[in-house]
Design a protein around this ligand. Structure first.
Ligand code: AMP
Ligand code: MG
Length: 286
């Protein structure tokens, strides 16, 4: 609880006393941050490289142009978008030790990774304090410690991205389970189109990779959080390539067409609920 408050105070984009706020308003000057913040920034940069920029913490000016940061949603003009996109690029973030420097106008937000990172810290503290069974849940990020007290696996409900129902149950022990999807936060434009809060850093437009939701299962919450967002941007094919090249990660994906893709490790762990048993399930990763 105390940890969580501290992390919120450090990493909130809107709180004027947060370290992220200081970084975003330094106007090109270097900012000294706490070790934990530097570590999270370093992790986010590493993941950006590893996902070919599908994950990018410097999208904040573009998110603001779409109104996702304020709630007054709008489709930005091409001109505005082009102007904001010039401020985007994780490779322009300078992090050396615990000193962060952004170019004037650039702004970062750690919304895609901070919750997973926070879950790890909370979970590790609980374990250090002798907790051997439990659940830590933080907005779409779940971490289960051990098994249930009765010795069986935890059952985690996976939400149906199109109607909010429980789509199915995922059994898990000692694992992190993180879900990302545009259905969590979106607005409908005057053109009747839906615009989601996860942006494709290549275009500044809401990611339209054909996926409705992505759930990543693994050991570390921060990794699962980063990848759930990145896979949502990357789409099925690029996700498949990533999974072929990296081990220790399982994924459950629902496409906009309403198909489910599962990695081999989840095949026997995921059960569709009664009303959804007709949904086709395919293997992800050969
Ligand atoms: P998540 O719920 O973990 O998928 O994170 C989504 C949040 O991360 C959004 O609400 C934005 O604040 C931010 N965001 C959106 N698109 C991206 C992206 N491509 N890379 C990094 N952060 C993003
Ligand atoms: Mg994420």
């Amino acid at each position: 609880e105390q940890d969580l408050k501290k992390m919120e105070a450090l990493w909130s984009v809107t709180d004027e006393n947060s370290e992220i706020y200081s970084i975003n308003h330094a106007d090109g000057m270097p900012v000294e941050v706490e070790d934990m913040t530097a570590d999270l920034l370093q992790f986010a940069l590493t993941m950006s490289r590893q996902t070919d920029g599908a994950l990018d913490m410097t999208l904040y000016p573009v998110l603001t142009a779409w109104g996702f940061t304020t709630g007054s949603h709008q489709v930005p003009s091409d001109e505005t978008l082009a102007q904001k996109m010039r401020l985007v690029g994780y490779d322009k973030v300078s992090l050396s030790g615990s000193t962060v420097t952004l170019r004037p106008g650039m702004e970062i937000d750690l919304g895609a990774v901070a919750k997973g990172y926070a879950c790890d810290i909370i979970t590790n503290n609980l374990k250090a304090n002798g907790v051997t069974s439990g659940i830590v849940s933080l907005g779409g990020n779940i971490q289960v410690i051990g098994k249930k007290p009765d010795g069986s696996d935890w059952q985690i409900s996976i939400e149906h991205p199109q109607n909010g129902d429980s789509l199915g149950m995922l059994s898990a022990a000692n694992a992190s389970v993180v879900t990302s999807g545009a259905y969590e936060r979106y607005f409908t434009g005057e053109d009747g189109k839906r615009y989601g809060h996860i942006l494709d850093p290549a275009t500044g437009q809401p990611a339209q990779s054909g996926l409705a939701s992505v759930t990543v299962v693994g050991q570390e919450g921060k990794l699962c959080d980063a990848l759930a967002t990145a896979f949502f941007v990357m789409g099925l094919e690029k996700t498949q390539v990533y999974l072929e090249e990296h081990s220790g990660i399982e994924a459950l994906i629902m496409t906009e067409q309403g198909e489910i893709y599962l990695t081999a490790g989840l095949k026997d762990k995921f059960t569709l609920n009664q009303p959804y048993q007709h949904i086709p399930v395919y293997a992800l990763k050969p």
